[in-house]
Write a protein of this length. Structure first.
Length: 152
């Protein structure tokens, strides 16, 4: 199931990427992630593996991930897997008239029995994922527009 969400943020792509591409910082705006840890980091970030703990509706699950694309201030993508699903998430950033347009593309694939259930609940799942993304984007927007980012 493919889902696209977007938001405009009054901050530079560098600022948005700062909050987007590091698991420890992402915990501040990604609603369901309660903990994350880097397992193995690569010099160019592509191939970096990590683990996230996700909680939704009182249930927790461990997701293993790998960074699949990393272009500073432009593009960040990950592949995540758990017992119940597999997800590819791609964030692209583009500066447009003084703001950063952030686009998120999600490709969600359910596993096992959930795959069958998903056929019947497709619209509901799509709506839930989009609503969660919009809530997370509000948090991200607030962080990017109000908190200082260290200079290099």
């Amino acid at each position: 199931m493919k889902i696209e969400n977007s938001v405009e943020i009054n901050a530079t792509p560098r600022t948005v990427f700062y909050w987007l591409a590091e698991p420890e910082r992402a915990e501040r705006w990604v609603i369901s992630v309660t903990r994350s840890e880097i397992i193995r980091e690569t010099p160019n970030k592509v191939g970096t593996t990590f683990r996230e703990y996700v909680e939704e509706d009182g249930r927790g699950i461990e997701m293993n991930g790998v960074v699949t694309e990393f272009v500073p201030d432009e593009l960040f993508a990950v592949h995540l897997e758990s017992k119940v699903n597999e997800v590819d998430v791609r964030f692209s950033l583009r500066e447009k008239e003084g703001v950063t347009q952030l686009v998120q593309n999600v490709d969600l694939r359910l596993r096992g029995l959930l795959k069958v259930v998903g056929l019947f609940l497709r619209a509901s799942i799509r709506e839930r994922v989009s609503r969660q993304a919009q809530n997370e984007f509000l948090r991200l927007k607030q962080l990017c527009e109000t908190e200082a980012v260290p200079s290099d």
